[in-house]
Design a protein around this ligand. Structure first.
Ligand code: ADP
Length: 164
């Protein structure tokens, strides 16, 4: 039986850092579910359909990748879609404490669920969706952060400078 994993996140919006993790997971495992979650702690700039749309345009061509919206506990969603592991990217020590806590919580809730951490590619360790939002909101250049096919839509939505 093939190995299914889930790459969960807010992806608000997807960046080159996410794309790198998803692509590497797709090379390692048979089936990768990219789980787009409603995160109660964060108010998203893009609604879930938009975030899924950006992912479809950037990683939708990978044959073993599926993009699915979820609203609920990751431990349950993983079980529902037959995933035996969660794949998360680790950028720096600052990510570690939260990620370790989540991994242990998910294991408690679903003892069959492992968490696999992939070290961020060195060129993307600084990159996050928040960086994209901050830079674009001041009209800054985000061409190094997100692919060309979604760039304009993201930039135009977030750029507050262009709206005054
Ligand atoms: P969350 O809201 O769950 O933290 P994100 O959308 O911020 O979701 O991130 C989803 C996943 O992608 C997480 O595992 C995160 O660590 C990883 N990730 C985000 N940016 C990068 C990056 N630049 N390099 C490697 N992994 C990243």
């Amino acid at each position: 039986m093939g190995k299914t994993v889930i790459c969960p996140g807010s992806f608000d919006p997807v960046t080159y850092g996410h794309i790198d993790i998803i692509t590497r997971a797709a090379n390692m495992f048979d089936r990768v579910i990219v789980g787009v979650f409603v995160n109660m702690d964060k108010k998203p700039n893009f609604d879930i359909e938009e975030r899924i749309g950006f992912l479809r345009r950037t990683v939708g061509h990978l044959p073993n990748v599926e993009i699915v919206g979820f609203d609920g506990l990751l431990a349950n969603c993983a079980k529902e879609c037959g995933a035996s592991a969660v794949v998360r990217g680790l950028r720096a020590v600052s990510d570690f404490e939260y990620e370790f806590q989540m991994a242990l919580t998910n294991k408690k809730l679903n003892p069959d669920l492992e968490t696999v951490f992939l070290a961020s590619d060195a060129q993307y360790t600084y990159l996050s969706s928040s960086i994209v939002k901050n830079v674009a909101s001041f009209g800054g250049d985000i061409t190094n952060f997100v692919p060309e096919c979604i760039h304009d839509e993201i930039f135009e939505r977030l750029n507050r400078k262009g709206k005054n």
